[in-house]
Design a protein around this ligand. Sequence first.
Ligand SMILES: Cc1cc2nc3c(=O)[nH]c(=O)nc-3n(C[C@H](O)[C@H](O)[C@H](O)COP(=O)(O)OP(=O)(O)OC[C@H]3O[C@@H](n4cnc5c(N)ncnc54)[C@H](O)[C@@H]3O)c2cc1C
Length: 370
Amino acid sequence: MVRHIAIIGGGIIGATAAFYLSYLQGNKDVQVTLFDDGHGQATKAASGIISPWLSKRRNKRWYALAKRGAELYPSLVKAAQLSDKAYRKTGTIVTRKAETDLLNLYHEALIKAEHTPAMGQVELLDSKTVQRRMPILTHAPAGVMVSGGARIDGADFVTELLKRAESNNVEVERERISVLPDGTIKSSSGVQKYDVVIVATGAWMRETLKPLGLDVKVRPQKGQLIDMTIHTAIKWDNMPVMMPESMSDIIPFNGGKLVVGATHENDEGFDLTPKAEARTELFNNAKAFIDTLSESQITGMRVGTRAYTDDFAPFFGSIPTMGSFLVGGGLGSSGLTTGPIIGYFLAQAALGNVTDDWNLYTKPISFYIS
Ligand SMILES: Cc1cc2nc3c(=O)[nH]c(=O)nc-3n(C[C@H](O)[C@H](O)[C@H](O)COP(=O)(O)OP(=O)(O)OC[C@H]3O[C@@H](n4cnc5c(N)ncnc54)[C@H](O)[C@@H]3O)c2cc1C
């Protein structure tokens, strides 16, 4: 018997779940339909860094999830045959302002790397060496380089993943749908009941699940970044990415593309207007390290809405009162790292294969949904 599965939301969780459902099952026994309207999507607005190992966060579940997420990437990229534009392991340079903090970070990294093969090689780099590895920098700080770190373009990543899923027979419907109080789904083609529904609607999850009488404790946060194009003779391709302490990330993509981001605005709701102050702040953050930049090199701004929870942690699981509904969200500012592993877990659950202990990675769903 064919099992009908709906995915609502085509950001990083929904797209990864769609891909794994088509890949793990070979689409023999499941028919998957993904609905996404794309408006305000955080994933397609984001370019980011996959390197959770040296984060200052001390939430153990978050770290376990982010670590698994970073480890999943190479196999996901290989299985879905994603391009270098979408994901590339370039290495990450993490900086600290105070020398003692940098040394502490280096020692912490060495200890973690012993039992975290995905981190690759760990090096303590003086500013001259950082400048050699990232020749665009004119004022390079010292830093810790982790060779297993990677950069990702959210828009390319989900576009390529969904293309691959579609070629494996997943249907992708570009529209906003509603969940009805009885758990059916109303789309432009009518009302349909699904055996399993995966809800991955990011900052919009409160609205999605309201008709079921549920209250989801997620709130929106606006994020903005700038895209720049730099024409220079410098060897640019596959440059590492830099995470300067308390400043914007510097993310070089091949072909002279530079992304600087991102902002975190908690008081602007779902607003998607790019703001001049954000553009200036991001540009000045980048200029502190690359004094040759000019504002004329800014080619655009991207704006998206992240979803935050009260404890700043992502969540996933099934809804106790609605067993056929699986949810994943609240990814916050590290969603590019944690999103794919959540999509993988949800796809496995939709196929009836839960082998991992989810309590290691998320608090119970009742903490986030009442
Ligand atoms: C500017 C910016 C920079 C970022 N940088 C980083 C970074 O460097 N590293 C990192 O790890 N993370 C980063 N993030 C965070 C990360 O992008 C998000 O946490 C993650 O992409 C969220 O994924 P998601 O699948 O949960 O939600 P989303 O990507 O928001 O996807 C949800 C989708 O559901 C759709 N939807 C909602 N309701 C419905 C409905 N009723 N019917 C149909 N579709 C619906 C929405 O339109 C949207 O397309 C950044 C985010 C932003 C905005």
